[in-house]
Design a protein around this ligand. Structure first.
Ligand SMILES: [Zn+2]
Length: 270
């Protein structure tokens, strides 16, 4: 009530008021008093006006939306998207061949599935320079903008550095926090899998990450073939990568066209 009084004072309205009606909040349906009051200042001084008391739910909804926005921003800040890819969207992806058109179609289906709160998993694989990372960033942007989903994009070759940075005293993030973000994201994107210099430590970390994502949405991009990844990681990890996936979720990009060369801003893969 204090807030209402302040609000009314600012607007130059006489605080003596008469209850004239009851209306209902459009958001939550709560009954809200409607008062008739006389203006004591401003151009309409002396005239009568009706005021509906504000509903608290609009404040809490705004707070929820704001908290949601901050959360998505936090995931974006933690993502390791290089500068060349920051402008990438599905709209500005230029598909040059059938496999790239096919890949964009899959991207749209993938986004819609997650938008409907169904877990979706997909691999983009094929030679470097065909725009796999561009598509992955585009997917994360569309999910953020259209469905307000949180996406975590991890440049896998930088994974070691990302985790090592949590070991320093200055880090505000612990390794466990990072794993929580990895587990909680609506979508985890592992970009350039297989290019990280695979060691027993990195394998163990990958296994932990994939375990944290069981039955959750996952997007992988890789320059390696699935059988090469099988050799790199071994059956235990490959099994986790391919969990809940069908052949249709393995999307191959191919062609001689170099996406990076053509656009020249692309630096997504080595
Ligand atoms: Zn309300």
């Amino acid at each position: 009530m204090r807030r209402l009084a302040n609000f009314l004072n600012v607007d130059g309205i006489d605080l003596k008021r008469t209850l004239v009606n009851v209306s209902h909040c459009r958001n939550c349906g709560r009954a809200l008093n409607v008062y008739k009051m006389r203006m004591i200042g401003g151009p309409r001084k002396g005239s009568w006006t009706t005021i509906t008391e504000p509903c608290d739910c609009s404040f809490s909804q705004q707070a929820l939306q704001e908290a949601d926005r901050i959360k998505r921003e936090r995931f974006y800040e933690l993502s390791t998207i290089n500068d060349a890819l920051k402008q990438a969207t599905l709209k500005n992806f230029s598909a040059q061949n059938a496999s790239q058109i096919h890949a964009v179609e899959h991207a749209v289906e993938f986004v819609e599935k997650i938008g409907e709160n169904k877990p979706a998993r997909m691999f983009y694989y094929g030679k470097p320079g065909l725009g796999k990372s561009h598509l992955a960033v585009g997917i994360s942007k569309l999910l953020d903008q259209k469905y307000h989903k949180t996406c975590l994009f991890i440049d896998v070759p930088a994974l070691k550095l990302i985790f090592k940075s949590t070991w320093t005293k200055e880090s505000t993030l612990t390794e466990r926090d990072l794993m929580t973000f990895i587990a909680d994201a609506d979508l985890l994107i592992l970009d350039d899998v297989g290019a990280e210099g695979i060691t027993p430590w990195s394998k163990e970390l990958m296994f932990a990450i994939l375990n944290a994502r069981l039955s959750k949405s996952l997007l992988v991009t890789t320059n390696r073939s699935i059988s090469e990844l099988d050799l790199d990681y071994g059956p235990k990890i490959i099994d986790r990568f391919l969990e809940n996936m069908s052949k249709a979720d393995l999307v191959h990009l191919d062609g001689d066209y170099s996406y990076r060369l053509a656009r020249f801003i692309e630096d997504d893969e080595q």
